[in-house]
Design a protein around this ligand. Structure first.
Ligand code: FAD
Length: 596
């Protein structure tokens, strides 16, 4: 048997913990694993703090809100496994009601709309002055756009939204194009795409197809201007329950060292030995240096730059990482390589952040441009908007009335921006650094990341023997599916652990393969086929036999000894935790047009 390798995973969000699970579930992993996480609980962007409100405890998801079987098929397959079914409850969510609220126009006209009848002027509320924006023209434009997405995606798939609206195809006529783009499409994209950024110049039509299209045999459309989105799911006890479950299941297979409240400060590879040192600070700010055979960073790429750009790692920084991870800017690399975003989230009870013109509160979430005057987009400034989730509607619990989650796509300045009053905060606000959701963002820096990956099952010219690897949502897409798939893909590439889910679900396999190709582009057609054959999931029956063997083996196996090279091992504190889509190019022959 090969010598055990000491492995470090940095970051205890969905991806880091999924990697822990992917490695631990395979009895042949040969790994002693240490996970270093800088918070007192696992979860990261999947954080669901327990808040007390109206005499009840609610797990409010401060980051992740929704998953769906269609867009997150590997997550869905994992949740069906018996170990997860009993630990992670998921609720269907088929009424994603979106409302958009804008500053009044120069005639003091209220400009609001929603994707459900009560927030639409035409034909439901002809007298209600609040919803004048959603008139017959706007309904026609929304329908024109949604129908176009369904029929012409093949030729127009890669066209950006900016270009599409500059030069719409012949025959596609909008009644009021600018109004539709400014008041419908941009706010909608700010919610879906970038938590406050519309990213029209970067989003392509194919990105919207899976959201807006009606797809046979799937609960769709998941998003729509005209009716509530369907086909979504929510974690009953918050997204964090899934991350914690992965950790618990992993620990039941193989004990690992989970170091909570440990912040990694430097990562560097010894050029001679190939060993990787991780310097970190514990909760008392005491420094430690641990040495590993392999290290996987699941932190965002800006954090990764800070970790890798250190005086012990000059060679690899100058000759490798600067080009592919590079941030902050340097004289030779004036722009950050990774185009990430910041945002800030508040859990609070301040209803004054809602638009005063939209007080029905029937929506799941309210996109609020009301407090964002300016001229950037129509008569509001898209940069200064935010989205507030009504917990009462989101959790389907009247007791959550008055409990809100407000997400900004930027870090607001309390002096000039409308933010929830401090005395209403139920937890400290969180600042996120995040990537982008849609497939269009899988090119660029992401498409080159494989060159910075340590050596693995596929080799590329220019790679170096760093023994440092990158997973996490930045490597794929900014979603739970992206986080999980990135982990499974690194488990295979760097540790030889085959696709760990016992499923032949074609959608899951398609998603995994697509992300695999983003992280590790195929060298040529034959290597692509060879890889497919090598990693294709086993048949369900073969898998069942293997599983039985695994269980038998596991029972006989003593708890793995802790790493000898880890200079100090801190026991896990057993604190209970209370917390895209691939480019689908539609074949006209396969997907029928929605019946009107
Ligand atoms: C506001 C918001 C809403 C979202 N909504 C959804 C949604 O509805 N559905 C969906 O699927 N996805 C959603 N996402 C995206 C999803 O949350 C992420 O893609 C996914 O959870 C990322 O997981 P990760 O493990 O890659 O990264 P993270 O969750 O960011 O995990 C990385 C962890 O590393 C830790 N860390 C950072 N620096 C260090 C260090 N120096 N040492 C040790 N640890 C460190 C961080 O604290 C963090 O917890 C949302 C994201 C945001 C920000």
């Amino acid at each position: 048997m090969a010598t055990q390798q000491n492995v470090c995973i940095i970051g205890g969000g969905a991806s880091g913990v999924a990697l822990l699970w992917a490695l631990s579930q395979n009895p042949n992993n040969n790994c002693n694993i240490t996970l270093i996480h800088n918070q007192p609980y696992l979860g990261g962007h999947s954080y669901s703090p327990a808040v007390q409100w109206n005499g009840k405890t609610f797990n409010v998801d401060i980051g992740v809100q929704f998953i769906s079987p269609f867009l997150y098929p590997n997550v869905n397959d994992m949740l069906k496994l018996s170990q997860f079914k009993s630990r992670v409850l998921v609720d269907d969510y088929d009424s994603l009601k979106i409302a958009c609220a804008f500053p009044r126009d120069t005639n003091n006209k209220m400009l609001n709309w929603g994707n459900f009848p009560n927030y639409q002027l035409y034909p439901t509320n002809p007298q209600d002055p609040r919803f004048q924006l959603y008139d017959a023209d706007m309904m026609a434009d929304a329908k024109t756009f949604q129908d176009f997405l369904e029929i012409s995606i093949t030729e127009w798939a890669t066209v950006t939204l900016t270009d599409f609206f500059k030069n719409p195809p012949l025959g596609i006529v909008f009644k009021n194009k600018d109004k539709f783009v400014n008041y419908f499409l941009k706010p909608y994209l700010s919610i879906m795409n970038g938590y406050g950024n519309a990213l029209m110049g970067e989003t392509i039509l194919a990105d919207l197809f899976p959201l807006f299209a009606y797809i046979p045999f799937e609960k769709t459309p998941q998003g729509s201007f005209t009716k509530p989105g369907t086909g979504w799911q929510r974690f009953h006890h918050g997204a964090q329950s899934w991350v914690q479950a992965m950790a618990d299941v992993a620990q039941s297979y193989q004990k690992s060292n989970i170091l909570l409240n440990y912040t990694a400060t430097q990562v560097y590879t010894n050029q001679q030995t190939g060993k990787v040192s991780v310097a970190c600070l514990d909760e008392n700010n005491d420094p430690h240096v641990y040495v590993f055979d392999k290290v996987v960073l699941t932190t965002d790429m800006w954090t990764n730059s800070q970790l890798l750009n250190n005086s012990n790692n000059t060679y690899y920084w100058n000759n490798l990482y600067q080009q592919y991870i590079g941030y902050p800017a340097s004289p030779t690399n004036p722009n950050p390589v990774w185009d990430l975003m910041y945002g800030k989230c508040y859990i609070h009870t301040d209803s004054s952040v809602l638009s005063p013109d939209l007080r029905l509160q029937q929506e799941t979430l309210q996109f609020t441009a009301y407090y964002a005057p300016g001229s950037a987009d129509g008569n509001y400034d898209l940069e200064k908007t935010f989205t507030t989730y009504m917990q009462k509607n989101l959790l389907n619990d009247p007791k959550a009335d008055g409990l809100y989650l407000t997400m900004y796509g930027y870090v607001p300045d309390p002096k000039v921006d409308k933010i929830p009053a401090q005395n209403t905060w139920l937890t400290d606000p969180i600042v996120w650094t995040h990537g982008k959701w849609t497939p269009a963002f899988m090119g660029g820096a992401k498409g080159n990341l494989h060159k910075a990956q340590g050596l693995g099952s596929i080799s590329y010219a220019g790679q170096m023997n760093t023994n440092v690897y990158f997973a996490g949502n930045n490597a794929t897409a900014d979603s739970e599916e992206g986080a999980l798939d990135a982990a499974m893909i690194i488990a295979e590439y760097a540790f030889g652990i085959p696709y760990p889910l016992p499923s032949l679900n074609p959608l899951a396999w398609f998603m995994y393969e697509t992300y695999h190709n983003v992280m590790f582009p195929k060298l040529n057609a034959s290597s692509s086929i060879a890889r497919m054959l090598m990693t294709r999931p086993k048949s369900i029956s073969a898998m069942a036999v293997t599983k039985k063997k695994v269980v038998a083996k596991k029972k006989a196996k003593p708890v793995t000894k802790k790493s000898k090279t880890v200079e100090k091992v801190v026991k896990k504190k057993s604190k209970p935790v209370k917390k895209k889509v691939a480019k689908i190019v539609k074949k006209k022959s396969v997907v029928k047009k929605r019946k009107k």
